[in-house]
Design a binder for this molecule. Structure first.
Ligand code: ADP
Ligand code: GN1
Ligand code: MG
Length: 362
């Protein structure tokens, strides 16, 4: 459903005595339907994607717990308690979300004022600061009890599982698109063994599970409009136990690509090693010595893994008829998958350089 066709009137009525006249689609997220609402203040209204998140009540429980934890830490350390994390706005009857008569689930956040989200990295320094913020986010949640978190999406970054899903989707070929993606499928198949790398390290006791963000792309962080400093890590739907190297890797996948995620001119798609270095430096600073040596060594693998996994997810969605990621043109998911695989190929060539950078920063 396109965001503009969603009826938000009933949801707005749950939050305001007088319905605000401004409620327009906002931002570039691929999952939820996001609206900017202007009343006496600004708000973000989101229709939660219940295909992706089948248990919105559990999702909101996670978000309330995590945001309370982060706000508390900011208060203790004298940080910006008002803008350090998302603030859920209750409905008029004090609920944390609203379900309308069509079964759509909505939630509302305070608009994090004086901030902007970005889809492209402006410079290495900003990217490094963004890395510090994501690293620090992981640090802030290091003592959050993982048992309190619901697994909002099962197997979210289980790459071998993602690989199996791609193979199943190809076997089923429900939309008759398999003939278009034979080269991409071969690309993924040639990396089947690599997909297991992190799971194998985890099972061998070398890679710990931590409370991680799991969706660390650039536009999931809000930057101060004036200073450019990161203010708030957002999109907390996927905060779950995960691997630190995947949080690192997902940021590299998105931010250190010399092209945007859906660029179709694949000659533009490469890994920017200076952005990789800036991010690695910032991430290690943000994690503040908490990563084990194996985790640090696996950071380049995390970058390759998240890029390959994301490519496989886009490709699977293309085969399944674009049911998961929002698309804005025909073959959008196929374009995204090709882009991610081109980036994987470039990362493979640059793996020795990535490793050298990490060695230097250790
Ligand atoms: P999705 O899960 O679809 O990616 P997000 O939660 O990331 O949705 O929100 C989409 C976009 O909306 C963000 O990239 C950002 O631009 C904007 N946004 C979300 N929450 C806020 C907020 N509290 N204040 C300001 N902007 C926000
Ligand atoms: C989605 O929600 P958003 O747009 O921040 C997706 C990520 C992908 C990303 C690809 C819950 O992120 O996993 O890496 O698109 N989020 C979910 O751009 O699936
Ligand atoms: Mg997002």
């Amino acid at each position: 459903m396109s965001t503009s066709k969603i009826n938000t009137a009933e949801a707005l009525g749950a939050y305001f005595n007088e319905i605000p006249s401004y409620c327009e689609p906002y931002g570039n997220g691929h999952i939820n339907d996001t609206f900017l609402v202007i009343a006496e203040r600004r708000y973000i209204l989101q229709r939660m994607n219940t295909t992706v998140f089948p248990h919105p009540e559990e999702l909101m429980e996670n978000i309330l717990g995590v945001t309370a934890h982060i706000r508390n830490k900011a208060k203790i350390s004298g940080g910006d308690a008002a803008r350090c994390t998302l603030a859920v706005v209750p409905t008029l009857d004090s609920k944390n979300f609203f379900c309308d008569n069509k079964g759509s689930y909505f939630r509302m956040y305070e608009f994090c004022e004086g901030t902007v989200a970005r889809d492209v990295v402006e410079n290495a320094e900003d990217f490094k600061n963004c890395a510090k913020a994501f690293g620090n986010f992981q640090q802030q949640l290091a003592d959050y009890p993982a048992c309190k978190l619901h697994e909002s999406i099962k197997n979210f970054h289980n790459t071998p599982w993602r690989y199996d899903n791609l193979i199943k989707a190809a076997e089923k070929d429900s939309c008759g698109r398999l003939c278009e993606i034979t080269a991409e499928l071969e690309f993924a198949k040639a990396r089947a063994e690599f997909c297991n790398t992190l799971e194998v390290a985890h099972k061998a006791g070398k890679l710990p599970l931590r409370v991680t963000h799991n969706d660390t792309k650039l536009n999931n962080i809000l930057f101060d409009e004036v200073t450019g400093a990161p203010v708030c890590v957002i999109d907390l739907d996927t905060v779950m136990p995960g691997y630190s190297v995947n949080d690192f890797g997902d940021s590299i996948r998105f931010g250190a690509n010399t092209a945007v995620e859906d660029e179709t001119d694949l000659s533009k798609v490469t890994l920017d090693l200076s952005l990789f270095e800036a991010y690695a430096e910032g991430f290690l600073m943000g994690c503040n010595g908490s990563l084990t040596e194996t985790e640090v060594d696996l950071l380049p693998v995390g970058a390759m893994m998240m890029t390959l996994e994301c490519g496989m997810r886009f490709l699977t969605d293309y085969l399944e008829g674009d049911v998961y990621f929002k698309i804005h043109r025909p073959r959008h998911n196929l374009d995204r998958a090709r882009n991610q695989f081109a980036l994987v190929a470039d990362m493979e060539k640059k793996l020795p350089e990535m490793k050298n950078i990490i060695e230097k920063l250790k």
